[in-house]
Design a protein around this ligand. Structure first.
Ligand SMILES: O=C(O)CCC(=O)C(=O)O
Length: 239
């Protein structure tokens, strides 16, 4: 078993230091910045994970779901192909892209993304294989909001609550074993849907841009879509 797969299977997460070249990251950043600044085209897919509904307030943690529905060129970018190949190697040849999303932490907003499991956002599926590839488009470290993980213990979704006003889901967990994963531009992490993760707020003067690609078995994507789950909609707790 290769190292990436071994670490993912043992811990529920792993990292790849040089996933993208600086040119590849630059190409993605220019599409990313155009989407971030275009509130009109992204409005229906956009929210602030920090919570809040006032359109005039400064977004602290901007999330744009399914950016490739707007910028279709993303789907043919080498990042998507490379991630899919790595994910197939980790979890099997039937893995496909389920959805993509952007999460940006604006400068000086200092708002953590609370501890949560991605599976808390999803419907319960019989085949639970899933992996999120979190790609750093800026150098990330503790002060601007790099990812932190807790080694996965079992495939159970813990009790989650909603931050007020449509914010992120969170759960209360013991985090003394948490591991920070700083990355250079173009580095990435892979995490399982049950892996607890978090990021600190961005207290620096620049943005913290991340592109996230989520993969799961082709048959499970079909099952999700049949139940109306296409990852464009309102955040809900798993029922
Ligand atoms: O980018 C962040 O701060 C959080 C990312 C996250 O929760 C995820 O990719 O599932």
């Amino acid at each position: 078993m290769n190292e990436l797969k071994k670490q993912f299977c043992e811990q529920g997460y792993t990292k790849l230091e040089a996933f993208l070249s600086s040119d590849e990251a630059k190409e993605l950043r220019s599409i990313y910045d155009a989407l971030l600044s275009d509130k009109q085209r992204t409005l229906h897919l956009r929210s602030d994970l920090a919570g809040g509904t006032d359109e005039n307030r400064v977004e602290r943690i901007t999330q744009i779901m399914r950016p490739s529905l707007i910028e279709k060129q993303l789907l043919t970018h080498s990042a998507y192909k490379k991630a899919l190949n790595l994910v197939k190697n980790i979890l099997g040849d039937d893995m496909e892209l389920d959805f993509d999303m952007l999460i940006n932490k604006a400068p000086h907003t200092n708002t953590p993304t609370p501890w949560h499991q991605d599976a808390a956002y999803w419907i319960n599926l019989p085949d639970k294989r899933a992996v999120s590839c979190w790609i750093a488009l800026d150098k990330v470290y503790e002060e601007n909001g790099c990812m932190w993980f807790l080694p996965v213990t079992d495939q159970k979704v813990l009790e989650h609550r909603n931050l007020p006003n449509g914010g992120a889901l969170y759960c209360n967990v013991e985090t003394s074993n948490a591991v920070a994963v700083p990355l250079e531009i173009g580095g990435c992490t892979f995490h399982d849907g049950f892996t607890l993760h978090f990021s600190k707020g961005n207290s620096t003067t620049s943005q913290r841009r991340a592109l996230i690609l989520n993969f799961r078995p082709k048959k499970m994507i079909a099952l999700e879509r049949a139940q109306g789950m296409d990852h464009t909609g309102v955040r809900k707790k798993r029922s």
